[in-house]
Write a protein that binds this ligand. Structure first.
Ligand SMILES: [Zn+2]
Length: 429
């Protein structure tokens, strides 16, 4: 009791208290707790009594000292093991000009302060790390125990500052990237070279421009959260091959779950054989690669009015069944017959009635980027036709597997469905 009286006590007072405590337990076996007896206090050291929810890191941050200094001052071997009620000697804060830096300034980590309602799972998803990774880094033993105000170290990766020749600069945005987002890579070169890339086993095609090039990577809506590597390969005209490796963290998207009620007639459209055949038909189109981008400037919304009735990435079930997939586009609510405009320039690659998708148009924007318009009442373009941004391409309807007039707008990057709304009004690349 007496020992745990204040949270913090001044040196001389504590020294006396420690003596009293030690005297009280003198007759007991002293191997109960692996808590080293504090070394005699020196200078302006303080004592701190460990509270419930404390971590060594949080204590170090509070007193502006390093975890290493705390461990050394208290003879601790294990940064993950402290006990409520344990008394820790707090060494003098590091003077200006001294090294080492405080724990918060460690490279490749950032500090997150736990807020009310946070769970470790949510924090992990938000930052693109696994719960296990967070527990290990922060010395947590119980994933269900978090204290509001507790400071958590979050691993981060920064882009290397220099790259091997012929790379002059490489930028990758956004980082971390969320499930369903489009990653934009820009490369500057010191000498002419052809560029290619690879992400998660998939080839990444580059568009070349003067002194460099750019590329897009679609992050799958169900991509496993965590750390990945993007490889950018330059082949200079003189010969040889140089690879730059860039760390890319994928974090969770903001996806809800929804159930779609379907009438028996519409449900027949879910015949797996039929779904598969149609899937193969559209996939054959959007897996093509036109080497040059056909669009310029930001994409526009394909309808005049923006009324999202179902977001991209929403996890979906039908008639109360289990979640069987995710929403591969954005649903824009509109009256039947509302005009649909091309959001950007491109070439029409498919324009026909499909069973599930209804009246369907697919536009190739080049460099593996395709946009899709489903459930149309009427299609106003033909395959092979070039369209410009703002051209009328069709009218909103309720055809195919649809339960009300709307436009399902889809965007594919090298076949991967991404959130089209990320592109609206934003200059990509
Ligand atoms: Zn839809």
């Amino acid at each position: 009791m007496f020992c745990h009286q204040g949270v913090m006590m001044l040196r001389r007072y504590v020294w006396i208290v420690l003596h009293v405590c030690l005297a009280l337990i003198a007759g007991l076996v002293l191997s109960v707790m692996p808590v080293a007896a504090a070394a005699p206090l020196q200078g302006d050291q303080q004592v701190y009594v460990v509270q419930a929810g404390d971590t060594l890191l949080a204590i170090a941050a509070r007193f502006g000292v390093t975890v290493e200094a705390l461990m050394a001052a208290n003879g601790l071997d294990d940064a993950n093991y402290i006990v409520v009620g344990q008394e820790l000697v707090i060494p003098a804060p590091v003077e200006e000009g001294d090294t080492p830096p405080p724990a918060a300034a460690q490279p490749d980590t950032q500090v997150y302060v736990v807020k009310p309602g946070d769970t470790l799972g949510q924090i992990a998803t938000h930052f693109g790390v696994t719960v296990e990774e967070l527990m290990q880094l922060n010395g947590l033993t119980n994933p269900d125990y978090l204290a509001v105000g507790q400071e958590l170290l979050i691993p981060t990766e920064s882009l290397p500052e220099t790259f091997p020749t012929p790379f002059e600069a490489i930028t990758v945005t956004p980082l971390p990237v969320a499930q369903g987002q489009t990653l934009v890579i820009r490369v500057k070169l010191t000498q002419p070279a052809s560029l290619s890339g690879e992400f998660d086993g998939r080839a990444v095609p580059f568009a070349s421009e003067q002194n460099g090039g750019w590329a897009l990577v679609g992050i799958h809506a169900m991509q496993k959260i965590g750390a990945y590597s993007l490889r950018v390969i330059a082949r200079p005209q003189a010969g040889g091959e140089v690879t730059a490796t860039i760390p890319v963290r994928v974090r969770g998207g903001p996806f809800a779950t929804e159930d779609i009620p379907l009438s028996p007639e519409r449900q027949q459209l879910l015949d797996p054989e039929l779904v598969r055949a149609e899937e193969a038909r559209v996939k054959q189109v959007w897996s093509q690669l036109s080497p040059r981008p056909l669009w310029e400037g930001p994409f526009r919304l394909p309808l005049q009015e923006e009324r999202v009735t179902s977001f991209f990435g929403t996890r979906r079930s039908y008639n109360g069944g289990p979640v069987s997939g995710f929403h591969t586009g954005t649903d824009l609510g509109a009256e039947e017959g509302t005009p649909i405009f091309a959001p950007a320039a491109g070439r029409v690659k498919l324009a026909e009635q499909l069973t599930v998708r209804g009246g369907t148009t697919l536009i190739d924007h080049g460099l593996g980027v395709f946009s899709g318009y489903f459930h149309q009442a009427q299609i106003n373009v033909e395959p092979g036709q070039m369209v410009q941004a703002g051209d009328l391409i069709g009218y909103v309807g309720n055809t195919g597997l649809s339960s009300g007039a709307h436009l399902h707008w889809e965007l594919r990057v090298a076949g991967i469905a991404v959130d089209p709304m990320q592109w609206v009004g934003v200059l990509i690349p």
